[in-house]
Design a protein. Structure first.
Length: 323
């Protein structure tokens, strides 16, 4: 059966993509427009390092002379359009945001990618918009040090990619909360999340599987935590559209073949094979329906082994089963 998260997940988010007009020009984005009712699965904490730095709105844009990692190491600086050094202010504002997120119990965050403050995977370095390199913004570099689950705002560019990030986020949070005191604990956790990792990177999943099989009878706590950490790192790696569609079809077909869905109310679901052309909305609708079916019937939908459901829905399902 699927594992459940029944509370609203604390989720940090760059304020400028949460419809807060805090960008240097006073504008904002709405990265969550496609979520709809799914917003209630999360408790958002919007933050803006540049506002907390005291830069105000509107303000002169800032740029980095190196990546955020280099700024924090003292090898680069943050400057405004007039060339003034504002490094200390942005570092202080970033730390203030991090403190607020920690008080909110945040372990995952949606960040504005390419931002000189919040960007995580690519930083804009220099005054020109085209100057980017591998590395992070200042706040992004701090976030990477936390080990949190970090989601670029581009992950919400279409329903399918967000679905992929969401299901990995839920699996990551579930595993992070799970105590691992002995090898059996890790084996049981692996059985739940391995489906996602097999889809995103089969070689990595196979490597982890071999290492688990080779564990001594009583491995050290350090060995168990190191393996758990590597599995969590693997859950951060995104998939792609073709793999997601293939995984959906494989899971559905296997459930049919083994008879798990016989007699189950499929809500008029008709899942097409990967060779059939379908738009993103259709694919996500199929995936979401399969998640709901697995929840209602205590089935394990491998593509989404951990799903979020309101506690009231869980109680209603359990009551219906007992009736």
């Amino acid at each position: 059966m699927a594992e459940l998260i029944t509370r609203a997940v604390p989720l940090g988010i760059s304020a400028c993509v949460f419809r807060c007009p805090v960008r240097y020009n006073g504008k904002a984005f709405d990265a969550l427009a496609l979520l709809g009712r799914e917003r209630t699965d999360f408790a958002f904490t919007p933050v803006c390092p540049e506002c907390m730095a005291g830069f105000g709105v509107p303000r002169m844009p800032i740029h980095l002379t190196g990546t955020g990692q280099e700024v924090l190491a003292g090898r680069a600086a943050v400057r405004d359009r007039r060339g003034r050094d504002v490094t200390d202010a942005l570092v202080a504002g970033s730390r203030a945001c991090l403190d607020a997120l920690e008080r909110a119990g945040v372990r995952a965050m949606i960040v504005k990618e390419s931002s000189p403050s919040c960007g995580v995977y690519r930083a804009r370095v220099g005054k020109k918009r085209t100057e980017q390199r591998e590395g992070s913004g200042v706040f992004g570099a701090m976030l990477l040090e936390t080990g949190w689950f970090l989601i670029p705002d581009t992950a919400l560019s279409n329903p399918l990619m967000w679905w992929d990030w969401r299901r990995r986020l839920h699996a990551w949070l579930w595993l992070d909360d799970r105590g691992i005191a002995r090898s059996r604990d890790l084996y049981d956790a692996w059985h739940v999340v391995k489906f996602v990792l097999q889809e995103t990177s089969r070689p990595f999943a196979d490597e982890i599987g071999r290492e688990l099989a080779a564990l001594p009878k009583n491995p050290s706590a350090e060995t168990l935590q190191e393996l758990k950490g590597r599995i969590m790192d693997g859950l951060r790696a995104p998939s792609n559209r073709a793999r997601i569609r293939q995984a959906m079809w494989k899971t559905y077909a296997n459930a049919r073949k083994k008879g798990k869905l016989d007699g189950t109310d499929l809500h008029d679901l008709r899942v097409d094979s990967p060779e059939v052309t379908a738009n993103l909305d259709r694919i996500v609708r199929d995936l979401t329906t399969l998640e709901r079916i697995s929840f209602e019937n205590d089935l394990l939908f491998g593509t989404s082994p951990v799903i979020a459901r309101d506690a009231r829905r869980v109680r209603a399902r359990d009551a219906a089963k007992e009736a």
